[in-house]
Design a protein around this ligand. Structure first.
Ligand SMILES: [Zn+2]
Ligand SMILES: [Zn+2]
Length: 278
C-alpha cells in the first residue's frame, strides 16, 4: 500500500489517468459522492501497468473488513433500504463520506436481498473483493465497478447474473488482463477440511474470505475446497474469476475459458504460461 496523495480522481480526469480509449463524460458524475479533500481509498501496485515492469508473482489483498466501522454500518443500512424500496439502481457509496468509503473493502452477504437491482454502481471504491453472494443479484444488467483499482478479480458466482449485458471495468488492473498479462496469485489446488475453516478463510491465502457453497454446484463445501482461476466474459469484459469448487468433478464441469486467455482452468502462480498480450 502506497502513500500517494494524488489518488482522488474525479470523472473528468479518469480517461486521462486510465489512458483509456473510451471516454465516459460525466457518466458517473452522480455516483461518486460528494468530493472531498480526504482520502477515500488506498492505492496498490499489485498489478503493474506495463509489460516490462509487471511483477513475477502477485498476492491477494489481506485486508479484512472492520464490521464496527461506520462505513460498513452505513452500507448495511443502505442495503436494507434498497431491499425495502425495491430500487433498480443501486449506488451505495454515493451518500457516504470519504472516510466511510475507505472503510469498506468488500460487500456484505446481505446483497442477496437486492434481487430487484438492475444497475450496480461501484465507482471508485476501496473494495478489494466481492463476495460470492453477488451471484444472487440475478436481475443485474449493468455492472459498473469502474476505477475500483484494487479489484483485481471477481467471484465465479458473478456468472450466475446471466442478464448482465453492459459492464464497465478497469481491465488494466485485472489479473491476466490481455494488455499486460500480469500473473494470477497462486492457489492451493486442494484444501482439506482439517486445513482450514471454509466459513472463515484467510483472504491473503484464498482470496475469498469464505467458501460455504461451491461456485459451480452451489452445494455445501464441507470436505475439500478446490480453487481454480478461469477467465470468462461477463457483460462486455473478460474477467479473471475465482472458482471455489466442492470437488474435482465440479472443476471438470467448468465451461471453456474465453479464447485468447489461459485455455484451461488453472491455479495461477509464476509458472502459468499465458498467451502473449495484445
Ligand atoms: Zn492490489
Ligand atoms: Zn460442486
Amino acid at each position: 500500500m502506497g502513500n500517494r496523495t494524488d489518488h482522488h480522481r474525479y470523472p473528468s480526469q479518469v480517461s486521462t489517468a486510465e489512458n483509456a480509449p473510451q471516454v465516459f463524460p460525466n457518466r458517473f458524475a452522480d455516483t461518486v459522492g460528494s468530493p472531498s479533500g480526504e482520502h477515500d481509498r488506498d492505492q496498490c501496485q499489485c498489478v503493474d501497468y506495463s509489460k516490462t515492469t509487471r511483477p513475477v508473482t502477485v498476492s491477494f489483498h489481506k485486508d479484512t473488513q472492520d464490521h464496527a466501522a461506520a462505513g460498513w454500518q452505513h452500507l448495511q443500512a443502505v442495503i436494507d433500504e434498497a431491499a425495502a424500496d425495491g430500487r433498480t439502481e443501486f449506488a451505495p457509496f454515493t451518500g457516504m463520506s470519504a472516510v466511510e468509503r475507505r472503510q469498506v473493502i468488500t460487500l456484505p452477504s446481505t446483497i442477496t436481498k437486492l434481487t430487484a437491482v438492475t444497475r450496480l454502481v461501484l465507482y471508485g471504491t476501496n473494495l478489494v473483493r466481492l463476495p460470492p453472494e453477488i451471484g444472487a443479484m440475478t436481475h443485474l444488467e449493468v455492472f459498473e465497478p469502474y476505477t475500483s483499482h484494487r479489484l483485481h478479480w471477481y467471484p465465479y458466482e458473478l456468472t450466475r447474473c446471466t442478464k448482465v449485458k453492459d459492464s464497465t471495468v478497469s481491465t488494466r488492473v485485472l489479473y491476466g488482463n490481455v494488455k499486460f498479462r500480469p500473473p494470477f496469485p497462486a492457489l492451493r489446488p486442494v484444501t482439506h477440511a482439517d486445513q482450514a475453516d471454509f466459513a472463515e478463510l484467510d483472504p491473503g491465502v484464498s482470496g475469498a474470505s469464505a467458501a460455504r457453497t461451491g461456485s459451480i454446484c452451489d452445494t455445501l463445501v464441507d470436505r475439500e475446497l478446490h480453487q481454480v482461476w478461469i477467465s470468462r466474459r461477463v457483460g462486455t469484459d473478460v474477467l479473471p474469476l475465482l472458482v471455489n469448487a466442492c470437488s474435482a468433478n465440479c472443476v471438470a464441469a467448468l465451461p471453456n475459458p474465453e479464447r485468447g486467455y489461459v485455455p484451461t482452468p488453472h491455479t495461477g502462480g509464476p509458472d502459468i504460461a499465458q498467451p502473449a498480450g495484445s
